[in-house]
Design a protein. Structure first.
Length: 226
């Protein structure tokens, strides 16, 4: 009986590794039309009896303003271009702030957020964190930084039912993602901690302060080289 269970676990793990690696290789080239987060939000809206809003328009990174790429690095992951998927200094700082009871930024890198949004469910558990780390390593090895940024900017939530740079730019500024100004890009990046609560345009004083801070960091960032 024990031998059968072990064989089953071994086969299940082999299938998991095979399928996960196949999907990561596939999504290195193929646009990702739908993510688990999008499905979760649609189900939540249905269960709550509210109107289902879904706006998503995949664009290659060449059609997304470098200003937005700089803005999310400034806001979410200052060491994105140099780390290997994990920013241990940021994680340590987040841990220390948590112990002090401070409001904190999670410490997750853009790579970790991308892995979570594309391949995993929402929530907190050791199993999900372990799988997040696994997929983070895979996408860093197979995709590289430019593809990770492209997928990130096309898949994250940037408003209620709004996913990705193009849909967000049209929603907040009625224009295309390629023409975002530094201030507009900072506005989108500023709401990412809670894009269903905050507004990128006609913002609260809190978001306006975040915009200014992000723009200051952006001005110190040179040309992005992946």
């Amino acid at each position: 009986m024990v031998k059968k269970i072990l064989n089953f676990v071994k086969k299940a793990m082999l299938w998991f590794f095979g399928i996960s690696i196949f999907l990561v290789i596939l999504f290195k080239w193929v646009p990702i039309p739908f993510t688990p987060l999008m499905a979760t939000r649609l189900i939540e809206n249905k269960l709550d009896g509210v109107d289902v809003i879904f706006s998503h328009d995949w664009q290659p990174i060449e059609n997304i303003s470098p200003n937005l790429q700089k803005a999310v690095i400034a806001s979410e992951d200052g060491n994105f271009l140099t780390h290997n998927g994990f920013d241990f200094a940021a994680m340590q700082k987040a841990f220390e702030n948590n112990n002090k009871g401070k409001k904190l930024k999670g410490g997750s890198t853009i790579s970790q957020q991308t892995a979570k949004n594309v391949f995993l469910w929402q929530g907190r558990s050791y199993i999900r964190k372990g799988l997040e780390a696994y997929f983070t390593v895979l996408i860093e090895l197979i995709w590289g930084k430019e593809r990770i940024m492209e997928v990130y900017l096309n898949s994250i939530e940037m408003g209620k039912g709004v996913y990705g740079a193009q849909a967000a730019t049209q929603h907040w500024y009625q224009k295309d993602a390629t023409s975002l100004t530094p201030r507009e890009a900072a506005g989108i990046a500023a709401i990412l901690p809670n894009p269903r609560k905050f507004k990128a345009s006609n913002s609260s004083s809190y978001i306006s302060r975040r915009k200014e801070k992000i723009m200051r960091v952006m001005r110190q960032t040179g040309t992005i080289v992946y």
